[in-house]
Design a protein around this ligand. Structure first.
Ligand SMILES: [Zn+2]
Ligand SMILES: [Zn+2]
Length: 221
């Protein structure tokens, strides 16, 4: 996507990101159960993955995590407010604002193998070169990550690119009313925006991201 940051499409819709650090890779998000195999084929080997940072505990981001952690010994980093979900192996009933989300969370497909994180992170923490920005709403412990050397921003599920940029359906979020204030916490002077779902915005295309932030701000919650 940009120097030292590689997007790994783990399905047609889902992205993980590899950050090159001095000691190996930081992986941001994993994906569904098939993702470790996809990432292994992409990299040739999983052996250089040192850390996995999870933007939030939803199945499309963590279902492959237990296998990846077991095969690599990588440390797992997640915000303290999503750590209980990661350990529970599912999104709790109160984790979605709408009935649709709660129906999805009852399906076995939406459950994952419990993982105990090695580090519970907070707003402002630094993981390698990634600065943690706490952005609750989609989940209580959702985080965005700013790669400080390049000012590339990874936004997880705070922003979706499905042709149009948007913040996704309220029913699938834990507390949708908090999303605008979380968007307002993001830096605007970024070189690229990596999204967990959809194509990244690079260079001049980041204007679309700033326009979304401006719209959401003026629209209120
Ligand atoms: Zn999500
Ligand atoms: Zn997602």
């Amino acid at each position: 996507m940009i120097e030292n940051i590689t997007r790994v499409p783990t399905t047609k819709r889902d992205n993980a990101f590899l950050i090159e650090e001095n000691d190996g890779y930081t992986l941001v998000d994993v994906g569904w159960a098939s993702a470790p195999k996809v990432i292994e084929e992409f990299l040739g080997s999983l052996k250089d993955i040192r850390r996995v940072v999870i933007t939030h505990a939803h199945p499309d981001h963590v279902k492959g995590l237990a296998e990846l952690k077991e095969r690599t010994g990588a440390t797992v980093h997640i915000h303290a407010d999503d750590a209980p979900w990661l350990q529970a192996g599912r999104v709790p009933t109160e984790g979605r604002a709408g009935a649709l989300g709660r129906v999805v969370d009852r399906l076995p497909l939406a459950h994952w193998t419990s993982v105990t994180p090695d580090e519970r992170v907070e707003d402002g923490d630094l993981i390698g070169n990634l600065r943690v920005i706490h952005t609750p709403g989609h989940t209580p412990g959702h985080i965005a990550l700013l790669h400080e050397p390049t000012r590339a921003l990874l936004v997880g599920d705070l922003v979706f690119n499905r042709g149009d940029l948007g913040i996704g359906p309220a029913a699938m979020a834990a507390d949708p009313g908090r999303r605008p204030e979380s968007l307002a916490r993001l830096p605007q002077d970024v070189s690229a925006v990596g999204l967990a779902h959809g194509d990244p915005l690079i260079g001049s295309a980041t204007a679309r991201f700033r326009a979304l932030l401006a719209d959401t701000g003026s629209g209120g919650s």
